[in-house]
Ligand binder design. Structure first.
Ligand SMILES: Cc1ncc(C[n+]2csc(CCOP(=O)(O)OP(=O)(O)O)c2C)c(N)n1
Length: 478
C-alpha cells in the first residue's frame, strides 16, 4: 500500500539551534505568518532542484532575521536593507552559487529601497524573495511603504493617509520598469490554491538562478496577524479582500528564452598588492625559519584594543605583517569608534596555518588591552586558558578572570622611558614575541625598515629599541 511520508524538507536543518542549549523543532514565527510558509516552499525547492549545497542565503533585519537557524545552506545575516548589496558581492565572488536575498517590505522597500533598485538595474545574478506583509512585523506593526490606504498601524493610528504618507509602494511594478531584471512575479499565500502558485514561482526563480539567468524577483503577499492585530483566519480574508486589489498578482516580467545568462568573472588579484594597500607588507616565498612556538600559541586570534592614537592599528598590522614573513596565514580587521583620536579603537588579528574563517576575533585566545575600558570589555571575551596582556601604566584595576594567564606590562611607561610614547606598538610586538615565542626579536628588528618604509633611520632605531624593551621586560619579569 502506498504510504505518504511527511517530513521536513532537507533544505532545512534537522535541528534549529536557536542558542546553545535551546534546540527547537519549530520556527519562531507566529501562527498565520507568511514567512514560515515561504520558508517551506524555498526549502522544498532547494532539495528538489538539488541546490542545497550550492546556495547561499542572505537574511536581513526583520522577522526573517533568523533564517540562518533554519536553512541548510550557506548563510549570511546582514544589516537592514543591505541584502541585495551583500548578495551582489557573494554572487560575484561565487559565480557558481545560487544566491538568495530574502527580504521583508520594510527592509526592501524602505531602508533598502535604493539597494534593491540598483541590484535589479545591474541585473545581478540573485534570486530575491520579497515578503510583502504591508507592515513592519518585527518591531510591532509600524507603517511600511506597502501599508494600504486607511490601514491602521502603530504609526498610523487613524489609518494610512495618502496625503501625508503617500501611496502603497508597488515594488514588482517599479522593478519591472527596469531593463535588466529577468523574472518578476507577484504571488500570494492567502489560500491553498495560491500557495501552489507561489510554489511554482519560487521554483521558477530558483531554477533561473541555477541557470545564471540574472535577476529574479518574487513578491510574496503574506499575512502578519500579529502586526495586523487580527486572527489568522481573518488575516487570510483581509489579504484577499484588501491586499489583492492593491497588489495585483501575476507575472510582471519574464524574459524567457531572451534571458541573458550572466556570469561575471572574478577579477584576478595579486594578494601582495592587497596587503600593501592595507599597509601590510608581504613578499612571496621568503618565509623566515620559525622558532619553537608553544602549542597554544600556534593558532592565534588576537584582539588589540585601546583608544585612538595608542597605536592599536599599528600593533595589529605589525603582528600580522611579521607573522606573514614566517609563512603564516594572517588577517587584520580594524574597528574604529566614531572618533579617530581619543575614541575607542580595536582590531582583530588572526595568525595560523590553516584557513582563517572569520576575521573578527569574537572569542580571542589573546587580548592586548591598552586602556581600562578595553580591559573591562574584552577580558570577558577571552577563551578559557587564553592570554591577557594589559597596559599596567594606564590600567589601575586588576583583571577579574582566574582561568586565563595574565601579563601586566607597563607598555606606555616603557615607551615613555625611550622618549616617545608613540612607540608603544613596538613595545607590544616585543612583549608578544617574548610571550608566544612566535617571533625572534632580531627578525622583527631586521624587518622594521621594510615595515616602516620611508621612515627615518632614527625612527626605525627607536622602534627597534622598543621591540627589545618590550621583549626584555617580559623575559625579566615573568
Ligand atoms: C538600521 C536599522 N534601522 C531600524 C531597525 C529596526 N527594525 C528592525 S526590523 C524593522 C522592520 C522590519 O520590517 P519588514 O522588513 O517589513 O520585515 P517583517 O518583520 O515584517 O518581516 C526595523 C525598522 C534596525 N534593526 N536597524
Amino acid at each position: 500500500m502506498a504510504k505518504t511520508m511527511l517530513r521536513k524538507p532537507k533544505g532545512f536543518l534537522d535541528i534549529y539551534k536557536h542558542k546553545p542549549g535551546a534546540e527547537k523543532d519549530r520556527t519562531h514565527y507566529c501562527p498565520g505568518c507568511g514567512h514560515g510558509v515561504l520558508h517551506k516552499l524555498i526549502a522544498e525547492a532547494l532539495e528538489d532542484l538539488d541546490l542545497i549545497d550550492d546556495t547561499i542565503l542572505i537574511s536581513p533585519v526583520g522577522c526573517s532575521v533568523f533564517a540562518y537557524y533554519y536553512f541548510n545552506t550557506g548563510n549570511f545575516q546582514v544589516a537592514h536593507g543591505r541584502a541585495p548589496a551583500v548578495a551582489t558581492a557573494v554572487s560575484r565572488a561565487n559565480p557558481d552559487k545560487v544566491v538568495i536575498s530574502y527580504q521583508g517590505d520594510g527592509d526592501l522597500a524602505a531602508i533598502g529601497g535604493n539597494n534593491i533598485l540598483q541590484a535589479a538595474n545591474r541585473g545581478e545574478n540573485i534570486a530575491v524573495f520579497f515578503v510583502n506583509n504591508a507592515i513592519y512585523g518585527m518591531t510591532g506593526g509600524q507603517m511600511a511603504p506597502t501599508t494600504l490606504e486607511g490601514q491602521i498601524t502603530t504609526t498610523t493610528p487613524y489609518g494610512r493617509d495618502l496625503n501625508a504618507d503617500g501611496y502603497p509602494m508597488k515594488m514588482s511594478e517599479v522593478l519591472s520598469a527596469l531593463e535588466a531584471p529577468n523574472y518578476i512575479e507577484r504571488v500570494s499565500l492567502h489560500d491553498a490554491v495560491h500557495i501552489r502558485k507561489a510554489r511554482n514561482a519560487v521554483r521558477k526563480a530558483l531554477k533561473n538562478a541555477k541557470e545564471r539567468k540574472g535577476f529574479q524577483f518574487v513578491e510574496v503577499l503574506s499575512a502578519c496577524p500579529s502586526g495586523w492585530k487580527i486572527d489568522p483566519v481573518k488575516a487570510m480574508k483581509w489579504m484577499e479582500e484588501k491586499m489583492l486589489p492593491m497588489f495585483p498578482l501575476g507575472v510582471y516580467k519574464d524574459l524567457g528564452e531572451d534571458a541573458r545568462v550572466t556570469t561575471r568573472p572574478v577579477p584576478e588579484m595579486d594578494p601582495t598588492t592587497v596587503w600593501e594597500k592595507l599597509g601590510i607588507s608581504a613578499e612571496k616565498d621568503v618565509d623566515l625559519p620559525r622558532g619553537d612556538v608553544a602549542e597554544h600559541y600556534k593558532k592565534m586570534s588576537i584582539r588589540v584594543a585601546g583608544f585612538g592614537g595608542q597605536g592599536i592599528m599599528v600593533t595589529g598590522q605589525t603582528l600580522a605583517s611579521v607573522a606573514l614573513e614566517y609563512g603564516y596565514n594572517v588577517s587584520w580587521l580594524p574597528s574604529y569608534g566614531p572618533e579617530m583620536r581619543g575614541g575607542t579603537a580595536n582590531c582583530s588579528v588572526n595568525i595560523q596555518d590553516g584557513i582563517i574563517g572569520a576575521a573578527e576575533a569574537v572569542k580571542p585566545n589573546m587580548v592586548l588591552a591598552m586602556n581600562r575600558p578595553s580591559l573591562e570589555k574584552f577580558e570577558l571575551d577571552l577563551e578559557t586558558g587564553g592570554t591577557l596582556i594589559y597596559n599596567s601604566t594606564l590600567i589601575d584595576i586588576e583583571p577579574t578572570r582566574s582561568d586565563i594567564t595574565t601579563f601586566a606590562v607597563p607598555i606606555t611607561g616603557i615607551a615613555d622611558d625611550l622618549g616617545n610614547t608613540r612607540v608603544q606598538s613596538l613595545v607590544n610586538v616585543g612583549a608578544y614575541a617574548a610571550i608566544t615565542g612566535m617571533f625572534k626579536v632580531e627578525d622583527v628588528i631586521s624587518l622594521l625598515p621594510k615595515l616602516f618604509k620611508g621612515k627615518s633611520e632614527s625612527i626605525i632605531d627607536l622602534n627597534a629599541k622598543a621591540v627589545k624593551a618590550g621583549f626584555e621586560y617580559v623575559k625579566e619579569n615573568f
